[in-house]
Design a protein around this ligand. Structure first.
Ligand SMILES: Nc1ncnc2c1ncn2[C@@H]1O[C@H](COP(=O)(O)OP(=O)(O)O)[C@@H](O)[C@H]1O
Ligand SMILES: [Mg+2]
Length: 315
């Protein structure tokens, strides 16, 4: 029987979902794409179950593609799959950590991974002090939660920064004031890490005067050879957040690579096209490896159980 893979995705027609599904099928998996918001679960002392339209969902592996806006509803489903003992690429904890820029930044720094200096502010009156701690203006003001460049601003003056902080706090967002890495203006490097290896990378360039290089803001992508130091840092960043699949964004600063953020559901379209690497194929090879490892440990448990039974029978 072919091992069963569930891809949790709200968009079966999205490039990344389609590619992951296609390559996993090629690698021998029986793939189902399920909308995480259509799944229900039961939690009990035995571990519980997940249902799709009333039918239990059973599988050997899961790839969660939990979009930003559904993090709070999607993560418990991922956790439930973990509880059922299946392979989960990425874990619920990894996803949660990557979604909060402050937590991710703290974890990076605890692993001695270089990051731009980042200050948390809780009141607009903190802004000026935060700006001087991160090296003055211009500085970046960004929301702790957010993606695709939304909620990320370049503040040229202290007054502008204060205004941005004030507006974010009013909307109950959690603002951060961050050192602006000027030498990296409008560009960054995305390294795609799968199973502890950088499998592909690209340079992203912002559109026109824009300082944010996000693909979703019209940024362009190009092939790049990554420096071995950058590679090591990207691998370490994915490892410290506990991510099997990670899109690590690196800024090229005068003091070397700085990790800006780590994405736990990185888009594959830009990077596959720019790097000409079959990233989805690398993901399914990793799945096969983890599956073999799992089977190995199940066999080992089985053998050691048999040894125990034999020992008990003899004694
Ligand atoms: N401190 C910074 N210095 C220079 N550029 C930055 C800085 N922070 C963000 N940027 C630019 O803005 C983009 C979006 O910021 P990021 O923190 O990754 O937010 P998002 O999660 O929305 O992508 C980055 O890819 C980068 O091009
Ligand atoms: Mg980003």
């Amino acid at each position: 029987m072919r091992p069963r893979l569930v891809i949790l995705s709200r968009g079966p027609k999205l490039y990344s979902t389609k590619r992951l599904s296609e390559e996993a099928e090629n690698a021998g998996w029986d793939v189902r794409i399920l909308d995480p918001l259509a799944l229900t679960m039961i939690v009990d002392e035995q571990g519980g179950k997940i249902f799709y339209r009333g039918w239990p969902v059973e599988c050997e592996a899961v790839i969660p593609r939990i979009g930003y806006s559904i993090t709070r509803r999607g993560v418990p489903i991922v956790r439930q799959f973990e509880r059922m003992g299946v392979i989960v690429m990425n874990s619920s904890d990894g996803i949660t950590r990557s979604r909060d820029k402050l937590i991710a930044c703290q974890m990076m720094s605890s692993g001695n991974i270089p990051v731009p200096i980042t200050a948390q502010v809780v009141s607009w009156e903190d802004t000026n002090r935060a700006i001087s701690r991160v090296g003055g203006t211009p500085c970046v003001v960004k929301s702790t939660e957010g993606t695709h460049g939304a909620g990320v601003f370049l503040a040229k003056t202290e007054q502008h920064a204060r205004q941005l902080v004030y507006q974010m706090l009013e909307r109950e967002m959690r603002p951060l004031v961050q050192e602006y890495i000027e030498e990296s203006h409008g560009k960054d490097i995305r390294a795609l890490v799968v199973g502890g290896k950088v499998v592909a990378c690209m340079r992203r360039r912002a559109n026109g005067d824009e300082f944010r290089s996000n693909f979703h803001l019209g940024g362009s992508v190009e092939k790049v050879d990554i420096d071995p130091d950058f590679e090591k840092i990207a691998i370490k960043a994915a490892r410290i957040l506990g991510l099997e699949i990670a899109g690590v964004d690196l800024l090229e600063s005068d003091r070397g690579a700085l990790v800006l953020e780590v994405n736990s559901s990185p888009g594959l379209e830009g990077i596959e096209k720019a790097s000409e690497v079959n990233v989805a194929g690398a993901v399914s090879s990793r799945l096969n490896y983890l599956m073999q490892k799992n089977e190995g440990s199940i066999n080992q448990d089985y053998q050691s159980n048999n040894v125990n039974e034999k020992y008990q029978a003899d004694s």
